[in-house]
Design a protein around this ligand. Structure first.
Ligand code: IMP
Ligand code: MG
Length: 169
């Protein structure tokens, strides 16, 4: 297995600032962020520090199984927050099949949010179950790690995003 650098630290930093501006334009006034663990923890931390607005941050943890167990979704953590009539931004680091984000969006809607938008740093080129409103980078259908993204819990701490090459990818 080999890692090939795909998106560098400075490029990520610039994009995060751009996304923050887009978010400020999307919502008028205060809003709530729901960040999807674990992958989005680094993106969320960088993103909120670039948002010059009153914002509350909550976390949700959903696991979507791939391959043989595709379609099965395991909910591990739901935020305890009243979303009635609120503006909500769901933040994830990558949009792959869209299963997890679809669940998150429907959950937020069921909780009675007034407005729901989805923001992702990366979006893979493939069929998805949900659309993101704000997208940082569009990438081919690669398996990537770093900046929060893992391969069996490894490489989340890489400050850049890398493509995994080799048999395990
Ligand atoms: P989805 O439900 O298929 O869209 O998958 C969503 C989650 O799977 C993402 O939030 C990531 O945590 C994980 N994931 C999807 N693609 C990758 C990848 O290329 N590398 C690492 N994790 C990924
Ligand atoms: Mg994730």
């Amino acid at each position: 297995m080999k890692l090939k650098r795909l998106i560098g630290e400075e490029e990520i930093e610039g994009k995060v600032k751009e996304i923050a501006k887009q978010i400020e334009k999307t919502f008028k006034g205060k809003f709530i962020i729901i960040s999807l663990l674990k992958g989005a923890f680094i993106f969320t931390a960088d993103l909120v520090r670039n948002i010059e607005r009153q914002v509350e941050v909550y976390f949700m943890k959903v696991k979507s199984y791939k391959g043989q167990r595709s379609g099965e979704l395991q909910v591990e953590l739901l935020p305890k927050v009243n979303l009635k009539g609120k503006k909500v931004l769901i933040v994830d680091e990558i949009l792959d099949s869209g299963k997890s984000l679809k669940f998150a969006k429907e959950w937020v809607q069921r909780e009675g949010a007034g407005e729901v938008k989805v923001c992702v740093l990366l979006e893979k080129e493939k069929e998805k179950e949900v659309k993101a409103d704000i997208v940082g980078f569009k990438i081919p259908n690669y398996f990537v790690v770093g900046y929060g993204l893992d391969l069996d819990e490894k490489f989340r701490n890489l400050p850049y995003i890398a493509k995994v090459e080799g048999e395990e990818a």
